[in-house]
Design a protein around this ligand. Structure first.
Ligand code: DOR
Length: 434
């Protein structure tokens, strides 16, 4: 069967172009991209998708999600997490290793890939833990993990405390072609903290996590990147100091890239005044000045990627006293409207916004996708950038509902997701065609 996507505004972040073009998809691939109206619209086995007044973009790529399987399927499974992904416009996600057990060996990586194939939705790229059991003592078997299908290593949730071990991790990761993703947190400073340390934490009487706990580790990872020559990627940047450290490192030619998540450019620590645990996340929501610096970092290219850090938790972990609640919020189904708000506010151009959600993460992870070109697998999303709506709990496809954006007015929504030429999500009818 062939599919014609016609009438849309085609955004190609790789080539930096916005065109009025139609796309013909045949045998799972993009076979033709031609000016609007020039592809013959006939044939018994041709399905037409009307994308008039819509954006057609490469399928979004999220390099930072938690799918919770194996071990915590009551929060999320690979099937429900990838359903949330395709609903949000994502065709590929890279999943963090802090599952139960952690993804520190071939059998867990293979299990994740098997479950992802079974789900038949988004492409899943496993990220392995840097150390066995995420205990920070002994490196995982990088070669084995790479062979099994891992694309990166990360200790997400922790920093590797031992700098010598982290140095070796960078050297081995580079040898094996694995990206290194750094969760930056000095636990000796953050332990016991439940929100950003500042005027709001003082006022509402909650223990704080200082910005320095992130920045110390960002600086160490930059030093180790310089020492080893290994490219490092800094996860979920939240502070002004981190942005300026990364900016300076890039200016010096150190191989560092960085990501942030929508909650760090859209929310600040005042959101915690009501003790609502949906706003509890690690790193924590920071000050308005930090939010401004993160937005500036996105605008001037210091921050390369918008990821979600989709971190599902059930009511058991969230409907409890603030200090006992789990850190984390879901994000796969709201990242697109939040990023489009940056475009409307003039922080990012349209092409640049999609670069940060497509070809930039693909390049860092060394995976396919992120562009629209003839001959490439047809991984695409069709987006209605103008629709206005409010999400309620029932609207989410994730098994968990811990979103800070429930009840907030949103603008822009994914309408259709195609992976390898298969329509796996369509907003009208909310259907999956797997
Ligand atoms: O808020 C967070 N939640 N930050 C992390 O680093 C881990 C994540 C989780 O796994 O819940």
């Amino acid at each position: 069967m062939s599919i014609l996507i016609k009438g849309g505004e085609l955004i190609n972040p790789e080539s930096g172009t916005i065109e009025q073009s139609d796309i013909l998809v045949e045998r799972g691939k993009i076979s033709k991209i031609l000016p609007r109206g020039t592809i013959e619209e006939q044939g018994p086995r041709l399905t037409t998708i009307n994308a008039t007044e819509k954006l057609v973009v490469p399928g979004l790529i999220d390099m930072h999600v938690h799918l919770r399987e194996p071990g915590e399927e009551y929060k999320e499974s690979i099937a429900t997490g990838t359903m949330a992904a395709v609903a949000g416009g994502y065709t590929s996600v890279a999943c963090m290793p802090n599952t139960k057990p952690p993804n520190d060996c071939r059998s867990v990586t293979e299990f994740i890939l098997r479950r992802a194939r079974g789900a038949g939705l988004a492409r899943v790229y496993p990220i392995a833990s840097i150390t066995m059991g995420q205990k920070g003592l002994v490196l995982s078997e990088f070669g084995d993990l790479r062979e099994a299908g891992a694309v990166a290593v990360s200790e997400d949730g922790y920093s590797v405390v031992d700098s010598e071990l982290m140095r070796r991790a960078m050297e081995y990761a580079r040898y094996h072609g694995l990206a290194v993703i750094c969760h930056c947190e000095d636990r000796s400073l953050s332990e016991g903290g439940v929100m950003h340390e500042g005027v709001v934490s003082t006022r509402i009487g909650l223990p704080g996590i200082p910005a320095a706990s992130e920045e110390i580790m960002v600086f160490r990872e930059i030093c180790l990147a310089r020492l080893t020559g290994t490219p490092v990627h800094i996860a979920h940047v939240s502070t002004k100091g981190s942005v300026s450290l990364i900016r300076k490192a890039k200016e010096e030619g150190i191989l560092v890239t960085a990501e942030t998540a929508p909650h760090y450019f859209a929310l600040d620590h005042h959101a915690l005044m009501g003790y609502d645990t949906r706003f509890k996340v690690n790193p924590p929501l920071r000050t308005p000045a930090d939010v401004q610096a993160v937005r500036q970092g996105l605008a001037d290219g210091v921050i390369d990627v918008i990821a979600t850090d989709h971190a599902p938790h059930s009511a058991i972990e969230k409907d409890v006293e603030f200090d006992r609640a789990a850190f984390g919020m879901i994000g796969l189904e709201t990242a697109l409207p939040m990023t489009l708000s940056l475009v409307r506010e003039g922080v990012l151009g349209m092409v640049e916004a999609f670069r940060k959600m497509t070809c930039n993460p693909a390049g860092i992870l060394g995976i396919q996708g992120g562009g629209i070109k003839e001959g490439a697998p047809a991984d695409l999303a069709v987006i209605d950038a103008d629709i206005e709506y409010v999400l309620s709990e029932e609207d989410f496809h994730s098994r968990s509902k811990n979103s800070p954006f429930i009840g907030m007015p949103l603008k822009g929504r994914n309408d259709l997701t195609m992976i390898g030429g298969r329509i796996v999500w369509q907003e009208s009818g909310k259907h999956t065609g797997c």
